[in-house]
Design a protein around this ligand. Structure first.
Ligand code: 5CA
Length: 448
């Protein structure tokens, strides 16, 4: 993509309404635009990141055996009366009436709807287990939307719902999502720690929040430092096997959010030097709530003896749009974003230091073609801006590699490569540079 043809409205000044780095950088780097309190338009650069995150979430859900579908954003109040949550949900629910005065709502979550869908299609325990998910916009009329996409009113969530015949099988479904989540966040360059958590309006007693440690996080959290060093489960893991030992390896360490924190247990279980009390960003939340919805909504199946019983359920959320902010919180510096390769909107920023010069123009065209042919996504700064402005812009938008071509280096038969993550710079021959960047990008995109 040529920058002169792209839509990347950058801001020079830090907007005063943005208090945390990710919100400031998303506005400055032309990723989002506020259209109302907690409501954002996703501009092309931000949308590209959102789609990459969504795709990683999808691949890991599929790997764990969940099946994708799509439910509508608008729901009927009637369904929520069946579960008893219509009144209980309170002012966070955006309630709507249609022209026939029917009560509707913009879905804040989908337990009721998926339970209705399940009960209309499944009759026998033989059809279980099942896990269905979608990636869809939600609306919650938060009292205090803030920090940009971190706490929005309209936000994108992946929500999965599992259905099992008994508690032991439901635990297996829970474990599959637990492990899928560890892989999902790791692929985005994040270390997410599963923590014992409160269940709020979703309900149930078994629940974990997945938390990224960050000073700007909204939750106070407590955990064992050793959790940060655990190995990520591999891609070829057998999701039909027994995942309990793997899950136990994580949950044996102390980790809890504020609401579930037990100071006595924390100090007795965790050595002095390993105690972390910090702030964190909740990027996912998984729940097992038994028959909380299936019993009142009569989502039943027939057992081997023909007798009907309500199914065991769980739900599993990932904050897809929140993750864009969370990744920036984890990967940025004073100059701007530093995108990990798997979620980067483009892999390489190609900088022509003397646009209009026949030599640099031709070398840039050649680099653009070679990288693109090798499957590397390039944003080519082909504007007339001065080098200083081009460098600042590239640092702000944070593409993993900068490929810098100017008359001086060309004369020496070289190009300059800057790695945004650590600022490392290298001068090398044209072909060697293309090879190195291509190799690095390919290996970072390899899923293992
Ligand atoms: N139905 C369940 C799980 S599918 C559920 O709704 N869980 S939740 O309320 O915990 O939300 C799931 C995830 O969505 C959270 O972990 C968080 O990452 C994200 N999320 C929740 N509220 C917001 C919000 N206002 N803005 C952005 N992301 C949010």
């Amino acid at each position: 993509m040529r920058l002169t043809r792209y839509y990347l409205p950058l801001l020079k000044e830090t907007p005063s309404e943005a208090q945390i780095a990710s919100h400031q950088l998303m506005l400055r780097a032309g990723m989002i635009r506020q259209e109302g309190a907690g409501i954002y338009a996703w501009l092309p650069f931000g949308f590209a990141v959102l789609k990459k995150i969504e795709q990683i979430v999808r691949e890991e859900q599929n790997r764990a055996g969940a099946i994708e579908m799509l439910m509508p954003t608008i729901q009927q109040a009637e369904l929520w009366r069946e579960s008893g949550r219509y009144d209980a949900y309170g002012k966070e629910m955006l309630r709507i009436t249609d022209r026939g005065d029917r009560e509707m709502l913009f879905g804040p979550t989908n337990e009721e709807m998926i339970t209705e869908i399940f009960r209309s299609g499944v009759r026998s325990y033989k059809d279980l287990p099942k896990n269905l998910y979608h990636i869809q916009w939600k609306f919650r009329d938060e009292i205090r939307p803030r920090f940009g996409v971190m706490r929005g009113r309209e936000f994108l969530m992946k929500d999965a719902y599992s259905f099992d015949a008994d508690k032991a099988s439901a635990r297996k479904s829970y474990n599959r999502m637990f492990v899928a989540y560890l892989r999902t966040y790791a692929r985005m360059g994040l270390t997410a720690i599963p923590m014992r958590a409160d269940t709020g309006p979703i309900g149930g007693d078994l629940s974990h929040e997945f938390i990224i440690l960050a000073d700007t996080g909204e939750s106070a959290v407590f955990c064992d430092k050793r959790l940060l060093d655990l190995e990520v489960p591999p891609a070829d893991l057998d999701f039909d096997g027994d995942l309990q030992p793997l899950v136990d390896r994580y949950t044996n360490f102390y980790a809890a959010t504020d609401e579930k924190h037990e100071e006595g247990e924390f100090t007795s279980k965790v050595a002095d030097g390993d105690r972390v009390s910090a702030r964190g960003i909740e990027v996912g939340h998984i729940f097992n709530f038994g028959t909380k919805y299936s019993a009142p909504m009569k989502a039943v199946v027939a057992g081997p003896d023909g007798k009907e019983f309500p199914v065991e359920m769980g739900s599993y959320g990932v904050g897809v749009s929140r993750l864009v902010g969370a990744i920036i919180e984890a990967h940025h510096d004073d100059a701007g974003c530093k995108w990990p390769i798997p979620v980067a909107p483009f892999h390489v920023g190609l900088v022509n230091l003397k646009q209009g010069d026949a030599g640099t123009d031709a070398a840039c065209a050649k680099a653009y073609e070679a990288l693109t042919n090798a499957g590397v996504d390039v944003l080519y700064d082909d504007t007339q801006a001065r080098p200083g402005e081009k460098f600042a812009r590239m640092d702000l938008i944070g593409l993993p590699y900068q490929f810098i071509i100017g008359p001086r280096s060309l004369e020496a038969g070289k190009v300059e490569i800057k790695r945004r993550a650590d600022g490392h710079r290298d001068e090398m021959g044209f072909d060697a540079a293309i090879d190195m960047v291509t190799r690095d990008v390919k290996s970072a995109l390899q899923v293992s």
